[in-house]
Every structure is written in C-alpha cells, then in structure tokens.
Design a protein around this ligand. Sequence first.
Ligand code: NDP
Ligand code: A1CAB
Length: 275
Amino acid sequence: METRRILFIGAGRMAQAMIHGLVKQQGSFAWQIVASNRSDTSRLEALRSRFGIESTSNWQQVVESADVVVLAMPPSEHPAVLAQLRDHVKQHQLIVSVAAGIGVSGLESSLPPDVAVAWVMPNTAASIGQSMTLCALGSAVTNEQVEMLTEMLQALGQHQICTEEQVHKLTAITGSAPAFIYRAAQAFEEMAVEYGLSEVNARQIVGQMLLGSANLLLTGTEPQVLANEVTTPGGATAAGLEVLERGNFMSILQEAITATNQRAAELGMGNPPKR
Ligand SMILES: NC(=O)C1=CN([C@@H]2O[C@H](COP(=O)(O)OP(=O)(O)OC[C@H]3O[C@@H](n4cnc5c(N)ncnc54)[C@H](OP(=O)(O)O)[C@@H]3O)[C@@H](O)[C@H]2O)C=CC1
Ligand SMILES: O=C(O)[C@@H]1CCC=N1
C-alpha cells in the first residue's frame, strides 16, 4: 500500500472531521497524518490520542515532508500562513485549502507560480465518510496529484469537481446548510420530547425521517413531487405547509444561503471573523 503524508495547518472542527474520515478509510493509500494549530495544545493531544496521528506546534519544521498540506484555519489567517508557506513549499506538494471564500485564485496568487493547489469545500459529515465535498483545481495540478486528491476526497464521502465560481456559490449549500438542517432537526426533536418521547427516541425518529427523506430525494424524484406525495388533499400536512408558506419558508432559506455566501466572500477578502 502506498503511503502519503498529510499536514493539517489548523486542527479545529473541520480538520477533525476530515482526519476522522481519513483514518477510517480503507482505500489504496495509507495516510500519515500530522496536525498542527496555532496555540491549542490540548486539542492536539486529544487528536493524537483519539486517532493515533502525529502532531506538532511548529508546522514549519515538518512541512517539507508532506505530500499534501491542508489549510484548515480561518480564511482571515490565510494571508499570514500562505506568506510563511511560500518559503517552504516544494514542487511535488499539493496545497489544499478548505476555507470559505479563499478560492483557487487566492491560493495561486499567494504562492510561487507552478505550485499545485486545490480549493476544497467539505462538510462535517466527512467524519463518517458522508461529506458532499466540492473541489476546484488549480492550473498546476498533475494527474498524479488528482489521483491522490481523489483518494483523499473519497475518504470523506462524495465529491464533485467544480469551477472556482461554482464553489463560491455552492459553499452555503454543501458547507453551511447542514447547520440549517440540524436546526430543523432540533425543532422536531424538541417537539417530540414535549410529546413525551425520550431524547434517544426523539433522535431516532427524527434522524430516520431525515435519512429516509434524503434517500428518496436521491432516487431522482423532484422535491416538490415528493412533498406532494406526502400531502394528502385536505389532509394534515397541508395545514403545516400553509404555516411554512405564510412564514415564507423557501424564501427564508434562500435568503440564508445568499447571506452565508456574502459573508464567505467577505471572509475570503480578509475581513476578520465576527465572534
Ligand atoms: N466547520 C465546518 O463545517 C467547515 C469549515 N470550513 C472551513 O474550515 C476552516 C476551519 O473552520 P473550523 O474548523 O470550523 O474552525 P475552528 O475554529 O474549529 O478551527 C480553526 C483552527 O485553525 C487554527 N488556527 C487559527 N489560526 C491559525 C494560524 N495562524 N496557524 C495555524 N493554525 C491556526 C486554530 O488553532 P488554535 O485553536 O490553536 O487557535 C484551530 O485549530 C475555515 O476556513 C472554514 O471556512 C469549511 C467547510 C466546513
Ligand atoms: O461557517 C463557516 O464559515 C464555515 C464555512 C462553511 C461551513 N462552515
């Protein structure tokens, strides 16, 4: 089995989800993973003991041995980290960023010409190999690097190669919208508990309802057809849908997608995160 070495710069929520997916993968590559962050050494210790990976608080010391460098820190930290990376990056290495708003062009313009880069937008379901990941490739990526990246993305779930512009536009839908769905799940669970279910049973019924609905959607049937099939004429569902329509449910979701993408674009342009 071939071995590839991945260095994560940034060991937060997204890096942890990706590392979890990678260590569980049984593909044709074995991944040697090194995690680093800025200051949180207890997080590194936790990752080391949970996943059996390496960690360092000084990525500059190990970067040259990496085949892939994953930038998994906030977009606002990219200019400083890329400026340091410039002095270390080697011709064979692939530099991947998962940061919202950064773009392939943001990476290429900050690194020496001919450095291979990819911009990847995963979601946290990477931890169970179920991410829907988008990926835009830089101009210097070789076939061998595409093969390695494909293997890495397959460990995280499904992926699609897109243009940079598409990743900008779809970041909210694949990267952030899981949070919108989890909010809906929270509302359903809270009601189920109010109706007398234990939290465990509430989780089971809501989770399975979402899973079944997602799987039906993946059969290819349009969502409005599936919704119609649920809605018995003059029946109960119609009353609930009427409430959602009165609250402009679909427009609210679409507004949320637009707001998310606008913020991602601002972050990508170097605006600091709001805490
Ligand atoms: N969470 C998600 O679902 C998704 C996130 N992303 C992207 O992933 C990236 C990380 O997000 P997320 O994991 O949620 O954020 P977190 O805040 O959980 O993690 C950020 C990590 O980056 C580290 N870090 C910050 N600054 C630096 C630096 N200068 N050098 C090295 N490490 C640094 C932090 O270290 P320390 O704690 O020591 O400061 C921390 O480990 C973002 O760019 C985001 O856009 C993309 C898709 C989905
Ligand atoms: O909230 C964020 O900024 C990141 C980008 C996509 C999902 N999480």
